[in-house]
Design a protein around this ligand. Structure first.
Ligand code: SF4
Length: 349
């Protein structure tokens, strides 16, 4: 973690420990904006796993992104203690712990940060000393859930929260297009056919391919890119096999590059995944496809956005694999329905 020694300032800083998921990190951005409004002079450091860091680097409120050196899911108590002792040198006035786990709450406690703010999570009494409580019977959407941490635990969260917003400049986009041999003068459309959570959240690859072929029949100049991590490459390859003009870039780009491509895209069609929330925060036109998850929990929030869900009787089941075996929530959402919503969006590009 090279950034630990670069502070060079005696001004108190704010530490935010980021969620581990890309989509959740995007949803935390309004909290950062509220914290910046409260203390404009106070630099905000965010501690985040490497795979989330590019999203945080696109947030103007963030001064420094610090990479977590821990293995995903591992306690590594001694390493956390040593890491926290180094963190202490940066002079934090407060720490906001967004993951609900005990192990992340240990870090600001080990570092001796006076105000340690977060939800009760795994009964983190003592570790969190400004403790917020959530009602599991009435879960809030992710943006107000995180933004509430900016106020006192008893305070009512502001009703007019800013929506998450990421910033990518044209000079950041053009080299990425050039590297990937994409034409800046031709329209670009991004698909995100993967979903980390499991197969049930994936709209069928044949539907993505059918949509791509329909679009290309009407718009032969359209450049369609399939985005995702290396884990999504095989799924995207299934799409490409049926729609050969689509480019499978899953696992071929860094997340920074994927963010740049989404910023350039005329629209994005996505499963309920982290890239969907990046597209929303970049205010790109978005079609979000939901099957086993609740479309109202973390909906896309671009100016132009559509959430598509058949809302069949068994949904949202929130299962990784369809327990009924038929996957009707996704199978019966045909590409024609998506195209009907997407087509008018492309006129706004
Ligand atoms: S049980 Fe219903 S909602 Fe869940 S994956 Fe199967 S079809 Fe979709």
């Amino acid at each position: 973690m090279t950034a630990l020694s670069t502070s060079g300032s005696a001004a108190p800083r704010t530490l935010v420990i980021s969620p581990n998921w890309i989509g959740d990190a995007v949803m935390a951005q309004p909290l950062l904006r509220l914290l910046k409004q409260q203390h404009p002079e106070r630099p905000i450091d965010v501690l985040a796993p490497g795979w989330v860091a590019p999203v945080l680097r696109a947030m103007p409120e963030v001064d420094t992104v610090l990479s977590t050196p821990f293995r995903h899911g591992a306690l590594q108590l001694r390493e956390r203690w040593r890491f926290a002792r180094d963190l202490k040198q940066r002079g934090y006035a407060n720490a906001y712990v967004l993951p609900n786990t005990l192990k992340f709450a240990l870090i600001p406690w080990f570092a001796g940060i006076r105000n340690r703010i977060g939800y009760k999570g795994e009964s983190r009494y003592g570790l969190i000393n400004v403790m917020h409580h959530d009602d599991p019977q009435h879960p809030r959407a992710m943006v107000p859930f995180y933004a509430a941490l900016a106020g006192a635990p008893s305070a009512v969260a502001p009703a007019d929260l800013p929506r998450p917003a990421l910033r990518v400049s044209t000079p950041q986009i053009l080299p990425v297009l050039d590297k990937l041999n994409l034409q800046p003068g031709q329209p670009l459309l991004a698909f995100s056919p993967g979903a980390e959570f499991g197969n049930a959240k994936r709209w069928p690859t044949s539907h993505f391919a059918q949509l791509a072929n329909t679009i290309l029949a009407d718009n032969p100049e359209m450049q369609i890119v399939l985005l995702g991590s290396g884990k999504d490459h095989a799924v995207c390859e299934e799409v490409r096999a049926l729609a050969p003009a689509a480019r499978n870039l899953a696992g071929q780009t860094s997340l920074d590059e994927a963010v740049a491509l989404i910023a350039q895209a005329s629209a994005m069609v996505s499963n309920d995944s982290g890239l969907l929330h990046i597209a929303s925060a970049l205010n790109r036109p978005v079609i979000a496809i939901y099957g086993p998850t609740d479309p109202d929990h973390a909906p896309p929030f671009s100016d132009i956005a559509r959430s598509l869900s058949l809302r069949i009787a068994c949904s949202p089941c929130k299962q990784r694999e369809c327990p009924l075996g038929h996957h009707d929530c996704m199978q019966k959402l045909d590409s024609g329905k998506v195209w009907a919503e997407l087509q008018p969006m492309l006129h706004f590009r």
